[in-house]
Ligand binder design. Structure first.
Ligand SMILES: Cc1cc2nc3c(=O)[nH]c(=O)nc-3n(C[C@H](O)[C@H](O)[C@H](O)COP(=O)(O)OP(=O)(O)OC[C@H]3O[C@@H](n4cnc5c(N)ncnc54)[C@H](O)[C@@H]3O)c2cc1C
Length: 431
């Protein structure tokens, strides 16, 4: 069981019976969908949220729920790729999101606790000094330091004081109580602004797809624009209380935060369907650094990774001008989901949003990651033997640690009987 699900009773909502009509249909009841529905509700818009299973049953239940605009070392890369104006806008959109959580915490109890976030490295000093300098230049309160409160030796860190952590499902529980939600209402297709379930249809004026991975097969080229990365987490008793939250920007870097008397430690990230050793990677680290700790929970989850480390938030594709999407959060979905809710509420209401262009899914795709995504898809699509993914037919890999069948192309996952665990697949697989 994932830590957040322990003793957590979320509100339940009925299944949609037959057809429905609404102004804005939100598909997906993770943090993104619930925040979108919450903002539409606040604005007096008529909406309906359709969740295929239960709200909060996707990646949001597996997150570590650190709320920060310090998204790893993204600002150095963003300034190089897109210039300072884009980086400044990205920072502002995510700081606004942080302040929106702060405001919500005054009205709802979701165990929101402000703590600085730190980017730290065991080996790199100079890169972190550069990131701190760039953050300052962009207007953030951030500083380079070699003292960050971690009980092991580090090379350096960037302190980002305006950050927080929360209980993600308590947030969903608090907000969803008064929202219009249908659970067990899985959308299998969208045509124009009509969404289809197995038993009926929902006609809308606008649709927001907040289903984690956009599931409409090739429209918008998301199978090329995204891949999914799996990350491995343990929660430990008899481990120290830390004064901040921590993330190492390395490929498989370790991240840490406390929850009550537990220490959550995660990392070992790898493209879904490729590495088998994520849990042992994290446990080896724990053994070396916290030898007295006792593991209470262990889980893995995955997030969508964009080509350029900026999420895709906006119009789904040219062919679907009234359908919007929010995805590709690059494991920084707390502030990204809040930014998405604000941008998509504006777009759905026909208003301008000053940050919309930065996140537009229609931006150029020519990035090195595009070639890697294409190569992985071609390799696995043309693998002659083996179980096949029900999404686009790639060869599935057996994940020994979790006893699942995982797709290296786009990250769909199936249990030992072939039942879907993670999208974009919408049908079970034959395994
Ligand atoms: C291990 C890990 C740790 C992380 N830690 C952090 C962190 O500390 N801070 C941070 O900012 N971010 C973090 N992230 C990222 C963050 O958790 C995610 O970006 C975020 O939770 C994604 O939320 P979502 O609502 O987009 O997706 P989900 O929570 O997956 O919600 C999507 C929902 O859509 C539903 N759905 C899917 N398809 C359909 C359909 N066809 N019809 C109807 N419903 C459908 C699903 O059932 C699901 O409930 C982490 C990610 C991972 C993997």
């Amino acid at each position: 069981m994932r830590l957040w699900e322990e003793k957590m009773e979320l509100p339940h909502f009925p299944r949609l019976q037959g057809d429905a009509e609404t102004d804005v249909l939100v598909i997906g009841g993770g943090i993104t969908g619930v925040l979108c529905a919450h903002m539409l509700h606040e604005q007096g818009v008529e909406y309906l949220l359709a969740e295929g299973r239960q709200i909060g049953s996707g990646t949001t239940a597996g997150t570590t729920a650190v709320i920060t605009a310090q998204h790893s070392d993204v600002y150095t890369k963003m300034v190089k790729r897109f210039g300072k104006e884009v980086a400044r806008g990205y920072l502002a959109a995510n700081m606004n999101a942080f302040h929106a959580y702060q405001a919500l915490s005054g009205r709802h109890d979701f165990e929101y606790e402000e703590k600085p976030s730190y980017l730290y490295s065991l080996t790199e000093k100079q890169d972190l000094q550069v990131e701190a300098a760039i953050l300052k230049e962009l207007g953030a309160e951030a500083e380079y330091t070699e003292e960050c409160g971690l009980p092991f030796e580090i090379a350096g860190a960037v302190r980002f004081p305006k950050a927080a952590q929360m209980h993600p499902l308590k947030l969903l529980g608090a907000l969803s109580k008064r929202l219009h939600i249908k659970e067990n209402t899985h959308i299998v297709d969208v045509k124009g602004t009509t969404a289809y379930t197995a038993h009926g249809k929902i006609t809308a004026k606008k649709i927001i797809i907040a289903a984690h991975y956009p599931f409409l097969k090739l429209k918008g080229l998301y199978p090329l624009k995204l891949y999914q990365k799996r990350s491995f987490v343990v929660a430990l008793a008899h481990a120290p209380a830390l004064p901040g939250t921590y993330a190492d920007p390395g490929q498989r870097g370790i991240y840490l935060r406390n929850y009550k008397d537990l220490l959550i430690v995660g990392g070992g990230d790898a493209r879904t369907g490729t590495a088998q050793d994520g849990f042992s990677f994290v446990r080896e680290f724990v053994k070396g650094v916290f030898p007295d700790a006792r593991e209470k929970y262990a889980w893995a989850a995955q997030d969508c990774i964009s080509l350029d480390e900026i999420p895709y938030i906006g119009t789904y594709s040219r062919a679907l001008p009234h359908v919007y999407v929010a995805t590709g959060f690059n494991e920084w979905g707390m502030t990204s989901a809040m930014a998405a809710a604000s941008i998509l509420t504006d777009l759905a209401m026909g208003r301008e949003n000053e940050y919309a262009e930065i996140f537009s899914p229609g931006r150029p795709m020519l990035r090195p990651q595009l070639a890697l995504n294409a190569a992985e898809t071609i390799k696995n699509f043309f693998t002659p033997k083996g179980k096949r993914c029900s999404h686009l037919g790639c060869a599935l890999k057996h994940n020994e640690d979790e006893n699942t069948w995982d797709c290296p192309c786009h990250g769909s996952r199936f249990d030992e009987h072939g039942r879907i665990l993670d999208n974009p697949a919408v049908k079970n697989a034959r395994v």
